[in-house]
Design a protein around this ligand. Structure first.
Ligand code: ATP
Ligand code: ATP
Ligand code: MG
Ligand code: MG
Ligand code: MG
Ligand code: MG
Length: 278
């Protein structure tokens, strides 16, 4: 096949190597999930099964692509972060995005029956879009993550109140929308509490904060450095012949991937897990 007269067409391909030494974020988002969630009777505002399926698919993506440092998911979207030194697929955007999108989609479909045992999938099947964005500084990356988590909070508070007005208050969608127009967070908390006895703080952390997926292999206690807490499955002895960095790499590769619902806006999360951004 090499050197055929047809080969010149290869030159029409455009380079899409992402800027070196920048944090790459690939965000995927479910296509038409407003319709999709209605078709499969997702509970409103939050279907726990659907969120756990998203988390399971994200976990599988991270297991298949060790270059991903951390991921954050809310609703029908997930953001995957590649370390700034990552050289996977020569940092070609289309390769990174398409591999993540197809791996995620494949697992979403594969794991569907575990999370929705009574509701088989039927065409049109779930699909996701994706894009890659480069962030030059840690601050930019953290602001990106904060942006998504703030979005999660604002939408969830709105949706929780909106659906309470409908499901518990007997309003229709137009009336609920009108009630919430121009309200602040404090007003929504007040509506939830005074009208329906709901304390928003008691809502599930997964709904309020979204889901963070990362390799949890050591934890630095606040105010200390180099203090590590061994995780059970990594308790094997450190081999003296290996350099520290090789051992670090090995530990990272073997670390268990966890899904947690934590505040990623404040410093604490990042301070306690310095390996994520170092
Ligand atoms: P697009 O293709 O442009 O992304 P979309 O319909 O998917 O269109 P989004 O803005 O992505 O629009 O919104 C996602 C939709 O899926 C929202 O309507 C949201 O309520 C619904 N959804 C996603 N996950 C869940 C869930 N776990 N429980 C209930 N509803 C969900
Ligand atoms: P990459 O991830 O870089 O694409 P790859 O292993 O998929 O790596 P390709 O150049 O895409 O490399 O080659 C596809 C491989 O899959 C070849 O080894 C080819 O022989 C094999 N393959 C694909 N389809 C078939 C098929 N229908 N029957 C037998 N082998 C197949
Ligand atoms: Mg979209
Ligand atoms: Mg969507
Ligand atoms: Mg979305
Ligand atoms: Mg191939």
């Amino acid at each position: 096949m090499a050197n055929s007269k047809f080969e010149y067409v290869k030159q029409f391909e455009q380079s899409d190597h992402l800027l070196p030494n920048t944090w790459i974020v690939v965000r995927i988002d479910g296509r038409g999930f407003t319709k999709f969630s209605a078709k499969y009777g997702f509970e409103k505002p939050n279907d726990k099964r659907a969120l756990e399926l998203m988390n399971a698919a994200a976990r599988a993506v991270m297991a298949e692509l060790p270059d991903i440092t951390i991921a954050y998911g809310v609703s029908d979207e997930y953001s995957f972060v590649f370390h700034k030194t990552c050289s996977l697929f020569e940092r070609r955007s289309s390769k990174l995005v398409s591999t993540i999108v197809s791996t995620f989609t494949a697992y979403y479909v594969h794991l569907w029956p575990i999370h929705f045992p009574d509701t088989p999938l039927s065409p049109p099947l779930p699909s996701f879009d994706g894009r890659a964005v480069c962030y030059p500084t840690v601050q930019n990356l953290r602001d990106y993550m904060s942006w998504r988590q703030v979005d999660c909070h604002i939408n969830n508070l709105y949706n929780t109140t909106f659906w309470a007005l409908i499901q518990l208050g007997g309003l229709d969608a137009t009336e609920a929308e009108k009630t919430l127009k121009g309200t602040y967070a404090a007003d929504k908390n007040e509506i939830l509490f005074s009208k329906f006895g709901i304390n928003y703080n008691n809502e599930l952390e997964m709904y309020k904060k979204g889901s963070v997926v990362f390799r949890d292999y050591e934890l630095v206690e606040p105010g200390t450095h180099n203090t590590t807490v061994e995780v059970d499955n990594l308790a094997e002895p450190v081999q003296q012949s290996k350099t520290q960095s090789e051992n670090d790499k090995k530990r990272r590769a073997k670390a268990r991937i966890v899904v947690q619902h934590l505040d990623i806006i404040k410093d604490d999360f990042w301070d306690r897990r310095p390996w994520l951004l170092s």
